[in-house]
Design a protein. Structure first.
Length: 393
């Protein structure tokens, strides 16, 4: 029987949630339900609602990208996973204000119709001289099919109890990407000094939470980049996972000693009854390509972390085997850990759908049907229990 790994003594626990539209949001809620059943407590909401005594296993650091930023924001606002699930299925009642609709997700943007139409009146002779790429650059002038402004209004007016990061009793961070540079921006409750050098990014703590989430959710080409006024200048942001999937380094820099990360980018693995994706059309092939790319990023990041730990362990074993100074070994390991940006007491738990769950792979990303949402929540719940059974609190 495999011995369970103990998580007792963890002082700061972070929940990190990735993107993936409504599908990912529901999966994350299922993961949270399983965490609550396991004994974790999600902290958030107004200070007056905080427990008198700090619970044993508190989650008080939230990091979200795209759809993950929506769920982590609701948790930071003080909503429990059970309350969020009830909002999925209840059309009226105490949590009906959290009911999100297609009109909130798919608001049509304002476009400069006149300037676009003028482009189409170019001489036909000039059109034929263009290559396909030039044609698209000159004629496809929309910056996105929809706007995330509807989501921003929904969060600000109906869902959030406060729209300011600094008014939250927890650390919340929302990840977005600056459109006109290669820089990742972390909107959050505080600016973290001395963040991991290998993940240099810009911290900004003055944006409204709803706008930061709208920026993080703005996934091209479906959504337009979202404008945010930063220090008097309007800058445009889009999807938080363009630069890096699962920004666990933000939670690490915020002081977490346990990071539980939830993501849905699980590639399809061949099942005989389903067959090859080549027979399921272009959308399935594109999703598979994206999922494979994302999974590789996550695996690479995890391997780098694991390799750092192996280096430290190898040094300790070498000193012990050769009866060398234990004090010098620890001094060397401490120095090396700092150089490698490694926190030896930090544990990671990654939760994702089962590799053979082809039904989850083929399920819709933007389906707001209560039945479908409940099924996705259930998938997240079972996936989390499958992983968490190897740990004890």
């Amino acid at each position: 029987m495999t011995r369970k790994k103990s998580l007792s003594g963890k002082r700061r626990i972070a929940f990190v949630a990735s993107g993936g539209a409504v599908k990912a949001a529901c999966f994350h809620v299922g993961v949270c339900l399983a965490m609550e059943e396991k004994g974790f407590t999600f902290l958030g909401g107004p200070s007056s609602q905080q427990p008198v005594t700090r619970p044993d296993h508190p989650v008080d650091i939230y990091v979200g990208s795209s759809a993950g930023s929506v769920i982590t924001s609701l948790l930071a606002q003080g909503y429990s996973a059970h309350e969020i699930v009830r909002s999925f299925v209840e059309k009226s009642g105490a949590y009906s204000h959290l009911n999100i609709h297609y009109r909130d997700l798919f608001r049509l943007p304002r476009t400069h119709i006149g300037s676009i139409l003028k482009k189409y009146f170019l001489p036909r002779r000039k059109l034929f001289k263009m290559g396909i790429e030039s044609f698209l650059k000159n004629y496809l002038l929309m910056s996105g099919f929809f706007s995330t402004k509807g989501l921003e209004v929904f969060l600000r007016q109906r869902a959030f109890k406060t729209n300011q990061f600094h008014e939250l009793p927890v650390d919340q961070f929302v990840i977005a990407t600056h459109l006109d540079s290669s820089q990742k921006t972390v909107f959050g409750s505080r600016v973290i000094a001395g963040f991991s050098q290998e993940h240099q990014c810009d911290y900004y703590d003055k944006a409204p939470i709803s706008e930061a989430v709208a920026a993080s959710v703005a996934m091209p080409p479906f959504y337009q980049p979202y404008p945010i006024n930063k220090n008097g200048k309007v800058l445009y942001y889009f999807d938080g996972e363009i630069k890096k999937t699962l920004s666990t380094h933000v939670a690490k820099d915020a002081g977490a000693d346990l990071i539980i990360a939830s993501y849905t980018h699980q590639p399809y693995h061949y099942v005989q009854s389903v067959g090859s994706l080549v027979n399921h059309g272009l959308p399935s092939i594109l999703i598979q390509a994206i999922y494979q790319s994302v999974e590789q990023k996550i695996r690479t990041a995890k391997k780098i972390h694991d390799d750092k730990i192996l280096i430290i362990q190898a040094i300790r074993e070498f000193f012990k085997k050769n009866s060398l100074s234990k004090e010098f070994a620890e001094l060397l390991c401490h120095e090396l850990a700092e150089k490698l940006d490694l926190k030896p007491d930090l544990d990671y738990i990654l939760i994702h759908p089962h590799a053979n769950d082809h039904k989850f792979f083929f399920s819709d990303h933007f389906n707001l049907s209560p039945k479908v949402m409940e099924q996705t929540v259930n998938c997240g719940f079972k996936s989390a229990l499958r992983v968490l059974k190897d740990y004890s609190l």
